[in-house]
Ligand binder design. Structure first.
Ligand code: SAH
Ligand code: SF4
Length: 390
């Protein structure tokens, strides 16, 4: 797989993360304040010290306390003795021939996640994971076949951004001409099943004294966890993307079992009520084109009808299906996708076709699945083979 790509890149980790609980990455300012207090920083100094540490971690991107030159030597020594700000182990750092990058990182408990960077002319988007695997089992999605699942901590979510910026050389935070401009929560996992941690992590990334990403440049994609959608709008105010993928309950429940719990009517009503949605900030409806399943002209017309009926400020994003071994689905033909797109455009709703990126490094939507999981599977297969030989 890696042979067609530009290949493996040198791994940039100056300081490996030793113990997740010692790390200050991903903590809120208040939590960092508590950690400083615990090592003897006086109350009246806490705010100023937090500000210094924050600046070094998120504006300068340093990986060691030694570099915090305006922090007193005495405090630096204490910080070194008790805490850390290094990076997770990076198992792989890949660069595609189209410029897409993918990192596979492993956390101290042995779980790993993938993160993808997609450069475009006018922006650079980091596709961030929110869980190891996913408890939902959408039939077209490779991540959904992974049986090992756990939530990522705020630290692990923030780390994905730090690692990307390390590789891209984006420290100190550039004021203009950034490469990494946008974040989409479209990697592994369902972000609204891990909303508290996602929220803490996004707040760290949005902080104006650090990475300073605007909420308008962050998009959270959900398969439709209706009860959490309102909170997402009210408490984070980020853009919302919905994995719609079908326009009738029968088809949607068949390919996305979560639809049995939160059917289309409830999902669309929650979209209509999403705080902050407007014509200037539309909700994105992602729609995978699956041959013979959801790609007819009638489906396109029904999609338009539903968006009108619920009066949702919407744009549609058509995604060519990215196949993986054993998925059982096929990608709709280019002509079919174009026709589908035309019908929606003709109704006055934007419906671009998403370019598939980073295929040579298996970085496309729905193809992410952790390496440890793949390894476990191949080890099992090898064992089974050995068993059948003996
Ligand atoms: N769990 C969230 C976010 C992660 S999935 C969600 O489902 O929205 C990110 C996007 O990739 C979703 O729209 C998902 O439906 C899409 N996707 C999953 N498998 C895919 C595949 N094989 N080909 C193309 N897109 C896929
Ligand atoms: Fe989970 Fe999203 Fe994949 Fe469905 S599409 S299995 S919700 S990651």
């Amino acid at each position: 797989m890696q042979t067609t790509a530009l290949g493996k890149e040198p791994i940039v980790v100056a300081r490996p993360l030793q113990g997740a609980t010692r790390s200050l990455v991903g903590l809120s300012r208040d939590e960092i304040g508590e950690r400083l207090k615990a090592i003897g920083v006086a109350d009246k100094q806490i705010k100023m010290r937090v500000q210094q540490v924050w600046h070094w971690m998120y504006h300068r991107g340093v990986q060691s306390f030694e570099e915090m030159s305006n922090v007193s030597k005495d405090l630096r020594e204490k910080l070194i003795a008790h805490y850390e700000i290094g990076r997770p182990e990076i198992i792989e750092s890949l660069l595609s021939e189209d410029g897409t990058r993918k990192w596979l990182m492993r956390f101290p408990d042995g779980q790993d996640v993938e993160t993808v960077f997609i450069p475009d002319d006018d922006r650079g988007t980091l596709c961030v994971s929110s869980q190891v695997g996913c408890t939902l089992t959408c039939k077209f999605c490779h991540t959904g076949t992974q049986n090992l699942v756990r939530n990522l901590t705020p630290q692990e979510i923030v780390m994905q951004v730090l690692v990307a910026r390390d590789t891209l050389g984006e420290w100190p935070s550039p004021i203009e001409g950034r490469l990494l401009t946008n974040i989409v929560l479209m990697g592994m996992g369902e972000p609204l099943y891990n909303f508290d941690n996602v929220k803490t992590a996004m707040q760290v990334l949005m902080d104006e004294q650090g990475i300073s990403l605007s909420r308008r440049r962050i998009t959270l994609s959900t398969s439709g966890v209706v009860p959490e959608m309102k909170r997402c709008g009210e408490e984070l105010g980020v853009n919302l993307a919905i994995s719609l993928h079908a326009v009738d309950n029968k088809t949607r429940s068949d390919i996305m079992p979560i639809n049995n719990k939160y059917p289309l009517e409830e999902l669309l009503a929650a979209c209509r009520d999403y705080p902050g949605a407007s014509n200037a900030r539309r909700i994105t409806f992602e729609y995978i084109m699956l041959k013979g399943i959801n790609d007819s002209d009638e489906d396109a017309r029904e999609l338009v009808r539903l968006l009108r009926q619920y009066n949702i400020p919407a744009k549609v994003n058509l995604i060519p299906f990215n196949p993986w071994p054993g998925s059982g689905y096929e990608r709709s033909s280019n002509n079919r996708v174009r026709r589908f797109s035309d019908i929606i455009f003709e109704a006055g709703i934007s419906a671009p076709i998403r370019a598939t990126r980073g295929q040579d490094i298996l970085a496309a939507c729905g193809q992410l699945k952790s390496e440890s999981q793949k390894k476990r599977k191949s080890e099992i297969l090898a064992e089974e083979k050995r068993g059948s030989v003996s």
